[in-house]
Design a protein around this ligand. Structure first.
Ligand SMILES: [Zn+2]
Length: 309
C-alpha cells in the first residue's frame, strides 16, 4: 500500500469517527517571568491553569526554556502544568529565528537540545518541537537538516493549524494598561474573542477546502497576560460554538499532521503551508489569516474604545 493510500484510509476513518469540529489548545513562550501590568508571573500561570481546569481542558505548553524554566521559580511554573496533566513541549532556549541568515542549523539544534535537558525532567514531557515563529528555515539545507534531526531524536513537529495573533492584542493590552492601569479594557476583551472566532471559522473553512473535511485543529496561543485574563471566556466561546475540545495528543493523531509540505521555506499554519504547496496561497480572505492582528487593532481604534497605538 502506498503512503498516500494509507493516509487516505486513515483520514476517512478519522473523519467518520470525529463527531464535531474539534480543537486542541496549545500555548507557546512560557512560562515567562517578565513583569506585566495587573498580574505577577505566578498569578498569570495560575490563571491559565485555572481556566483550563475549570473546563476540564488538557492542553500543551511549548516551553521557551530561557524565558523562566531555566530558573527555579520559572521551573516551578512549568512543573505545575505537567502536574495538572498538561503536555510539555520544546520551543528552544532563547527563541531564535531559523530563517535568520546568521543563525546556523547547528546553533538551532543546540537550542533544542539545551531546552530538552530541562523539559525532559518535567512531568508531562513530550518529544514535541514547535518551531519558533513557525518558521522551518530559509534554506532547503536548514529545512531538511532540522527535519532529519527531529526524526533522529524522536521528536515530532508540534504543528499549528489554527494560528492566532493573540500576541498582537496582548501587546495592545499591556500598552493600554501601562499608560493607564484603570483603563477600560472591555473593548480589547471583545476584540480578542472576535479575533479567535474569526480565525477558528476561517481555518475550519480552509481545512474543508484543502482536505475535504474538518481536521482536528491545533490552536496556537501564548503564555501571556491576555490569555491569563480571558482564557476562560475563550474556551467558553468554543463550547458555545459547538466545538469539541480534545487533547493535543488526540489532535496530533489526525493524519494531516504527518504531512511535510514540500516548500522552499515552509512555515506558518500547516494549513496555509499545504495551500501554498498546492498553488492555492491566495484564496479569498487569506490576508486575514496571516496578518498580525492589525485588523482587530484598527477596529478597536475605530470603535472609540481603547486608544490607538
Ligand atoms: Zn514562540
Amino acid at each position: 500500500m502506498t503512503f498516500g493510500r494509507a493516509l487516505l484510509i486513515a483520514a476517512t476513518f478519522f473523519a467518520s469517527t470525529a463527531q464535531a469540529q474539534s480543537v486542541a489548545f496549545t500555548f507557546d513562550d512560557g512560562p515567562k517571568l517578565e513583569t506585566t501590568p495587573l498580574l505577577s508571573p505566578q498569578q498569570r500561570n495560575q490563571a491559565l491553569l485555572g481556566a483550563l481546569a475549570a473546563h476540564h481542558v488538557q492542553a500543551a505548553l511549548f516551553v521557551t526554556c530561557g524565558y523562566g524554566a531555566d530558573k527555579p521559580e520559572g521551573y516551578a511554573l512549568a512543573k505545575a502544568w505537567g502536574q495538572a496533566g498538561h503536555a510539555l513541549g520544546n520551543h528552544t532556549m532563547t527563541h531564535p529565528d531559523l530563517n535568520d541568515a546568521k543563525l546556523t542549523l547547528a546553533q538551532y539544534r543546540q537550542e533544542v537540545q539545551d531546552c530538552d535537558r530541562i523539559t525532559s525532567t518535567l512531568p508531562g514531557y513530550q518529544k514535541w518541537f514547535r518551531y519558533t515563529f513557525l518558521r522551518e528555515g530559509n534554506t532547503p539545507e536548514k529545512r531538511d537538516g532540522m527535519r532529519a534531526f527531529l526524526k533522529q531524536s524522536g521528536y515530532r513537529n508540534g504543528y499549528v493549524s489554527l494560528d492566532t495573533s493573540d500576541w498582537r492584542l496582548n501587546e495592545k493590552l499591556t500598552d493600554v494598561l501601562r499608560a493607564d492601569p484603570k483603563a477600560d479594557i472591555e473593548p480589547i476583551r471583545l476584540a480578542y474573542l472576535s479575533h479567535l472566532r474569526q480565525r477558528a471559522i476561517a481555518y475550519r473553512d480552509l481545512s474543508r477546502k484543502l482536505e475535504g473535511r474538518d481536521i482536528a485543529q491545533v490552536m496556537l496561543m501564548h503564555h501571556n497576560l491576555i490569555n491569563a485574563l480571558w482564557l476562560n471566556d475563550a474556551i467558553q466561546q468554543f463550547v458555545d460554538m459547538g466545538w469539541t475540545i480534545v487533547t493535543p495528543a488526540q489532535a496530533y493523531a489526525d493524519p494531516v499532521y504527518q504531512l511535510q509540505p514540500d516548500r522552499p521555506a515552509p512555515g506558518q499554519s500547516l494549513l496555509l503551508s499545504i495551500a501554498r504547496t498546492r498553488g492555492m496561497g491566495r484564496f479569498e480572505g487569506w490576508e486575514r489569516l496571516v496578518d498580525d492582528g492589525d485588523f482587530e487593532i484598527n477596529a478597536l481604534a475605530g470603535s472609540g474604545g481603547a486608544p490607538a497605538r
